[in-house]
Design a binder for this molecule. Sequence first.
Ligand SMILES: [Zn+2]
Length: 309
Amino acid sequence: MADLSWYGAPEGVDVGTVFATRQEAMSARVHRVLQAGIVGSRDNGAESIVVSGGYEDDEDYGDVIIYTGHGGNDRSTGRQIKDQSFDTYGNAALVTSVLTGAPVRVVRGRSRHSPTAPTAGYRYDGLYRAEHWWSETGKSGFKVCRFRLVSTAVDYAMPPALSVSSMNPEMHPAMHPAIIVSTPAGTAVPVRVSTVVQRVVRSGAVVEYVKKLHDHTCQMCCTRLSILGRGYSEGAHIRAIGRPHDGPDTTDNVLCLCPNCHVMFDNGAITVTDDFLVQRDDVNDSPLRLVAKHEIDPRFLAYHRAIHR
Ligand SMILES: [Zn+2]
């Protein structure tokens, strides 16, 4: 059985603790290997990552990290010399973390390029949520695997009116179906249940307007969910807002989707052509549902296809 005790906050280590060496960080169970930047597996998700400026494409904004996966770089220069793959164990682990919502420990190493990095050693900077994954062409012209990680301190600070989070009621961060080999005991009378934010569904005036135009009918599968007479749908930004995609919060960049199609679309399992055909594996193309007053800009669809190629 997979040992899940390695996931989540390390016991007895405060956020901000600095370790002089990788060996010390390993002994404290913060990052359990000496060399690799990612610890984890495809089945269980990523336990921890080290952000150390080892990849030329990494971008570190503090609470938000645009992290480059591993593989394909020259260890001495950090330059990419071939394509990265989402099948490589660490990149596969981070994709699983996006899907499970399980938090990932972040350790920052000394870096000349980053003002958020420690001046010496390795600092444990707490738990981050892997929010999104995609591929792009890196500075060296090769494909790189990219991940957006957001500090869980930011997640929980988000105003409730702006987020609807599906909370995983189970305690453990690594509750991926692939690793559930026995039924968790659970808690009959939970006093305090630790939870994981699995998905953050953002809302706002633009999203609400688009959802009303479609009367909550999914533009991809035409499902209309009804809860006690109220329609339920989610607004999906085609070109994601926020760093590094910086898509606009405008109606021509938003789709009205059911939760199933939303998850598939966000993770690239559904794409839409410039002719508004919905494409998914093993299913014939179908037209995107369109209504008057809601024009969609094909440039955003092209961007979405490009990063999930
Ligand atoms: Zn749908």
